[in-house]
Design a binder for this molecule. Sequence first.
Ligand code: LFR
Length: 487
Amino acid sequence: RSDAAFAAVDLGATSGRVITGLAGPGRLELTEAHRFANTPVRLPDGLRWDVLALYQGMLEGLRTAARGGPIASIGIDTWAVDYGLLDADGALIGLPFHYRDGRNGRGAEQVLAVCGAQELYAVSGLQHLPFNTVFQLAAHRASAQWGAARTLLLIPDLLTHWLTGVVGVEITNASTTGLFDASAGGWSDALIGRLGLERSLFPPLREPGDPAGTLLPHVAEYMGLPAATPVTAVASHDTASAVAAVPATGPGFAYVSCGTWSLAGLELPAPVLTEESRAANFTNERGVDGTVRYLRNIMGMWLLEECRRTWGRRGEDPGLAALLAEAARARPFAAVIDPDDGVFLSPGDMPSRIDACLVETGQVAPDSPGGYVRCVLESLALAHRRTLREAAGLAGRELNRIHLVGGGSRNELLCQWTADATGLPLTAGPAEATALGNILVQARARGLVGDLMDMRQLVARTQELRHYTPQGDQQAWDRAAARLEQA
Ligand code: LFR
């Protein structure tokens, strides 16, 4: 037999999962072993990830997965940019900050005073987001803990370290720190030096597919797995794993990896570091096999999730299915917001923030939850259109299809409206692109799957996909797109 079972640990902003994937030539099947909540905790000094609960959830999940049969290897992916600091004994210093914590604005100011935005972009090719690791580190430096820090590990690397004792940083995620040289493909000694950071904080880099050690004895015993079970570095930035599993079978595709965030863009062979690209705030993050994920962050399903959290607290959330049905019936283009507006970034009352934006732009606030959902989904479709068109223009590419992957691909309204707004055919799915990308990189490291193209073909052949053709009134979308620019 040439199939093997792999465990994917996939931690998202709201929940974590352990998924078993059976992979081999012609075969790719996922089973969810365990799902657990990811609940950030607000401490007096800021919003933190409960990384111990995540670790425990991961261990539980792996133990459950192991009961299903032998596991050939384990791979971990999570959201990007956030990190833990280890002291000289290898112990974690404090709990990692959440990227939605408010401390980062200060850090960005400090960094930009030393190193201009142009210089940062010319080296890192990274979009400006207030929470880029480089800005977080600047804010962190003022703390009493900082002096004890010896090693920086991004979240997947920290969890890997707890499983194996090995220290390293995986490269797709390193490319989101702002301290990575997008052209050279390694840590930027120049930026690290300019910003006065210790070079020794930054461990050696690993490529997706590289070994990341084997389970420590106490971990293996807890899970009921052999101590020789390997952990494999996957594309540990969840978005990089998702893009690796985009079921594209030819050139000219754009992708939207849609979950809490919508990451919309193109896969390129080399970074685009022009001034136009910087001004448009496109990022050059690293993908599998040295590819570049040329994309921009769009606020994504967060807008809907936070609306629902607000309604839920008031006992007014009718459930997703009812909300979507109501949205489908609501008046088209009644209200347009700009999802990229920074006011939506932090946790809190989302409907009120939407109201404030609508009032500011002379629009009328929706009068029902369904109206808000329609506003959010149409605005996201418009933001997808804007971002993909700009990306294609800046990279000099023609687009012939959109692949929308991730949890958002289950949202039929969002898929249809993204096709309508862009005028492009859209393939939706797989919803589990991130876990699939995680599993595929592990299977490839074992020689069970071929190159990136093979990986994608396997996804296209084995996973359920839905196809959308653009419909509706193109001019109405053009007019709405003009309103987005004013929003
Ligand atoms: C998506 C994601 C994005 C990153 C954001 C914050 O889950 O990884 O790619 O910009 O989370 O880390």
